[in-house]
Design a protein around this ligand. Structure first.
Ligand SMILES: NC(=O)c1ccc[n+]([C@@H]2O[C@H](COP(=O)([O-])OP(=O)(O)OC[C@H]3O[C@@H](n4cnc5c(N)ncnc54)[C@H](OP(=O)(O)O)[C@@H]3O)[C@@H](O)[C@H]2O)c1
Length: 248
């Protein structure tokens, strides 16, 4: 690929790249020309294999963000990285009245604390080489809406929207773009419980203007755009890719 959407010569790191949205983003970035470090706690072989089979460049990196500081050394250990996609995330469902501290902490650690410290170490490495960088955080409709039975998920994704804007304010003039994507209802492991619940599934589908669940591949183009020179003046944006859900 050439032109303003090209990622030729760039190196990207995608967390949670073994499946779902992270896998789709890794594939799209590689198609746009980036070499992709596919990071995750499970085997990355499938994603790396798919990228290599299509003629792209990728490598796997074991990274378990249940320890939110685990990502701190990755940018020192893996050479210069130009693009950081903070995709890894978890969800725990229970009524707020019964919600446990364990479910609160586990979600906040992976979805918010780990992301802040990955952004910090990425920015330190970019600034140390006087380079340029792109950060894309994967937010959610629950960065804007309340949701139900997912208190720590809503808190983490609402926090991530705020964090995206704060980091954009601090780093926009230093050559780092910080933005987010808010996916709508995408058919992945994360939403399996919703699709299995017939009445929730029906209610969700009836409210999506596009009339269908999103596919993980629907998120890839937005990630390429925000990672590319085409987005050089885009800072602190949260791009909804939701089949029109939030427009309704
Ligand atoms: N699906 C949707 O409708 C939707 C909507 C809005 C936002 N999102 C967000 O999109 C992102 C990707 O989710 P998804 O829908 O693709 O769901 P998914 O299939 O469950 O993927 C989540 C990814 O995060 C990884 N992950 C979880 N805990 C981790 C940890 N401790 N260390 C490293 N990686 C970890 C998972 O690895 P394992 O496979 O090893 O668990 C997996 O790769 C999440 O941030 C999610 O909140 C999804």
């Amino acid at each position: 690929m050439s032109g303003i959407f090209s990622l030729n010569g760039k190196r990207a790191l995608v967390t949670g790249a073994n499946t779902g949205i992270g896998q789709a983003i890794a594939i799209s970035l590689a198609e746009a020309g980036a070499e992709v470090i596919c990071a995750g706690r499970s085997s990355l072989d499938e994603t790396v294999g798919m990228i290599e089979k299509a003629g792209g460049k990728a490598k796997g990196l074991k990274l378990d963000l249940a320890d939110p500081m685990a990502g701190a050394p990755v940018f020192e250990d893996n050479g210069p990285v130009d693009i950081l996609i903070n995709n890894a995330g978890i969800i725990r469902r229970a009524d707020a009245i019964d919600f446990t501290e364990e479910d609160w902490d586990a979600v906040m650690d992976v979805n918010l604390k780990a992301i802040f410290f990955l952004c910090q170490s990425f920015a330190r490495s970019v600034l140390a080489r006087s380079g340029e960088g792109k950060i894309v955080n994967i937010a959610s409709l629950l960065s804007f809406q309340g949701g139900i039975r997912v208190p720590s998920y809503t808190a983490s994704k609402s926090g991530l929207a705020g964090l995206t804007k704060l980091l954009a304010n601090e780093w926009a003039a230093k050559g780092i773009n910080v933005n987010a994507i808010a996916p709508g209802y995408i058919s992945t492991n994360n939403t399996e419980a919703l699709r299995a619940d017939e009445s929730r599934n029906k209610a969700i589908l009836e409210r999506i203007p596009a009339g269908r669940w999103g596919d993980a591949s629907d998120i890839g183009g937005a990630a390429v755009f925000l990672s590319s020179p085409a987005a050089k003046y885009v800072h602190g944006a949260i791009l909804n890719v939701d089949g029109g859900w939030l427009a309704r």
